[in-house]
Design a binder for this molecule. Structure first.
Ligand code: 6PG
Length: 260
């Protein structure tokens, strides 16, 4: 027995607001549990519109909740090739919508240097920073307490796009890559780092994502093969796939439990 236990659960709520509220509670619970057990919580956050709504909800609640935010270390699962103050920066968006509202020391926030001249060297430097801050598991890979991911309609996650070097990478933990469909470079966590996490939340909402959701949850291995989000599979952790009904409908899933 490897002593490893992995689980996957799919949570569906009627609306984006309701699944965002549900994920807020799960997110806060993971931070609290991590700090109680290990005196810290290492987070890797995502960009995009869906994660943004979660950050806004977390920020709204932080004044009244007892989440130990001051013990959190914040990293970024991917970043665009723009300066931190650029409107497209994931760091900038997370800083404005969440971090500016939380009691987190700036030294515990680690922006991803995706606008560096030498992106490969910058990716290696970011990986080294992660190794300095995030404790490794038995396999020597840093084990984040929580990685939050979104998903594009084409099934990409973080900045791992279909048929790119990042989708095929099985050794590197952080990598720079050119994304042909965007015509731009990105920096991103690779699957070995993502799948080493204790908790992964994949938050997907909206009917435009329904096709990709049906494929990643379906049994058609061929259909799954080209979708990076189908490769999220924690080696010794918990995967929570959080969906609103419009995103879940094509997969034949209905809103479950909780406050509908
Ligand atoms: C990014 C994100 C990306 C995002 C998904 C979902 O840099 O854009 O990290 O992976 O999470 O594309 O984005 P939306 O919620 O905006 O569809």
């Amino acid at each position: 027995m490897s002593g490893k236990e992995s689980s996957r659960e799919v949570v569906v709520r009627q609306t984006q607001q309701k699944i965002t509220q549900e994920v807020c509670a799960i997110f806060r619970g993971i931070v609290r549990e991590s700090v109680e057990q290990r005196k810290t919580c290492s987070l890797a956050l995502a960009g995009g519109t869906t994660p943004r709504k979660l950050y806004q909800a977390l920020a709204r609640g932080c004044a009244v909740d007892d989440t130990p935010w001051s013990d959190v270390e914040v990293f970024f699962g991917d970043e665009r090739d723009v300066p931190q103050d650029h409107v497209e920066s994931n760091y900038g968006m997370v800083q404005r919508t969440l971090l500016d509202h939380l009691p987190i020391q700036p030294a515990r926030v680690h922006p991803m240097p995706a606008d560096a001249d030498d992106l490969d060297a910058a990716a290696a430097g970011y990986e080294q920073r992660i190794r300095e801050v995030v404790e490794a598991g038995k396999d020597g890979i840093p084990r984040f307490d929580l990685i939050l991911l979104g998903m594009g309609a084409e099934g990409y996650t973080a900045s791992i796009f279909p048929f790119t070097d990042a989708a095929a990478e099985e050794q590197k933990l952080v990598m720079a890559c050119f994304v042909p469909v965007l015509g731009r470079k990105r920096m991103t966590f690779a699957f070995p780092l993502i799948n080493a996490a204790r908790h992964i939340i994949l938050l997907v909402t909206g009917s435009d994502k329904a096709g990709a959701v049906a494929r990643i949850l379906g049994d058609d291995q061929e259909a799954r093969k080209s979708l990076p989000a189908a490769r999220i599979a924690p080696t010794d952790g918990r995967l929570i796939i959080a969906l609103d009904y419009p995103a879940a409908r094509a997969a034949g899933l209905k809103p479950d439990g909780g406050s509908q």
